[in-house]
Design a protein around this ligand. Structure first.
Ligand code: GDP
Ligand code: ZN
Length: 353
């Protein structure tokens, strides 16, 4: 059985847990609709959220997510546990939840590194990389670009140059999961207790890489069977994989198609923002304003036109999300007051009787 440290437990979490000596630490490995799987020191078990925690939760981020460290009351004989607290998260990768309301959905929590994968053949797309980068920066984890299928590429240099333009200062590694070339470059991110996620389009080589890293343990990490509510066996994908050499790969189903969630543009577009700060007007839209530094940088070729375009596009998308979120918040506030008024009116009526 894995130690808590191998699963990513450290002083940041231990410090928080000290206040609750009666509860045991556990890490969430799978999220189902109505229950979770967690690992505790004595093994893996099924866990449910305590009623009190459920009532206190204001949004979806008040519920556990895969990768979360939680405090549970285990019942080892039944192989069940009740989740009483979610420990503060070190990082979280979120997306806009599906549906009409804009709600934050945490895909994974407490990751150290976000691997952004693009293949060195057809999938390579700097614009898409920018979008993933923005999400990665926003998660609080460190982004690392992995250029896959090195064996299919004659000259990596032009790819590296393009990555450098959109991801200045971010580590970039080219590798092949087939030949093994370059694989050693990702070792430093996979130390004991280090959690990583892999983001990238379908076909880019994520599973191949994970399988390679998992090696002979592959059979253990594949599909395993769980008891569902009615005692039937269901098949579920394990979402947290402990690598034999240390390191933890987290892969949730929701990670496949992502939308940027109110990510700050800072970081990914630091170069554009630096230029924008030199515009004469603080609210410069970089359209026809006099003294616009961004426009001159475009004319001088200092700023890449395609890059500026995606900055604008992403900016517009995020603003749209923000507006929608404000609208949802306003509706919720209205709903709350409606309830208060109703209760008040009822009370007055009852008094009048
Ligand atoms: P995923 O959808 O991101 O998980 O991608 P897969 O791991 O399923 O890989 C998609 C295809 O790319 C498969 O046919 C793999 O065999 C192939 N592939 C993955 N990694 C490499 C690589 O390093 N080199 C080559 N030539 N093919 C690869
Ligand atoms: Zn401007």
């Amino acid at each position: 059985m894995a130690t808590l440290e191998a699963l990513g437990w450290n002083s940041f979490f231990a410090e928080q847990a000290r206040r609750f000596p009666g509860l045991a630490p556990a890490r969430v490995t799978v999220e189902h609709k109505h229950f979770y799987r967690v690992v505790v020191e004595c093994g893996e078990m099924r866990a449910e959220v305590a009623g009190r925690l459920r009532h206190q939760a204001t949004g979806r981020d008040g519920f556990p997510a895969v990768g979360d460290w939680v405090l549970v009351q285990p019942r080892p004989l039944e192989k069940r546990a009740t989740i009483h607290r979610i420990l503060d998260r070190r990082s979280k990768l979120s997306r806009k939840a599906a549906g009409l309301e804009t709600q934050e959905q945490i895909l994974v929590a407490n990751i150290n590194t976000v691997f952004l994968l693009q293949s060195l053949n057809r999938d390579f797309n700097p614009r898409r990389l920018e979008r993933y980068l923005t999400m990665a920066w926003d998660s609080g984890a460190n982004p690392v670009v992995l250029l896959t299928k090195l064996d299919l590429c004659r000259d990596v240099r032009p790819f590296l140059d393009q990555v450098e333009v959109v991801a200045a200062g971010v580590p970039v590694h080219a590798l092949s999961a087939i030949t093994g070339d370059g694989l050693e470059s990702i070792d430093p991110y996979l130390g004991i207790g280090q959690s990583v996620v892999m983001l990238g389009s379908s076909g880019v080589g994520k599973s191949t890489l994970v399988n390679h890293l998992a090696g002979a343990h592959l059979l253990e990490v594949g599909e395993i069977r769980y008891d569902d509510d009615r005692g039937r066996h269901t098949t579920a994908q394990r979402q947290l994989i402990l690598l034999p050499r240390g390191g933890i790969v987290i892969d949730t189903p929701g990670m496949r198609e992502l939308q940027p969630w109110a990510a700050g543009l800072d970081g990914t577009f630091a170069d554009v923002e630096d230029l924008a700060r030199e515009c004469r007007f603080r609210d410069c839209k970089h359209e026809a304003e006099p003294g616009c530094r961004v426009r001159t940088a475009l004319q001088e070729g200092i700023l890449d036109a395609a890059r500026f375009h995606s900055y604008r596009k992403l900016g517009a998308e995020l603003k749209y999300l923000e507006r929608r979120r404000d609208a949802v918040a306003m509706a919720q506030e209205k709903e709350k007051w409606k309830k208060i008024h109703k209760a008040y009116n009822r009370m007055m009526r009852e008094r009048g009787r």
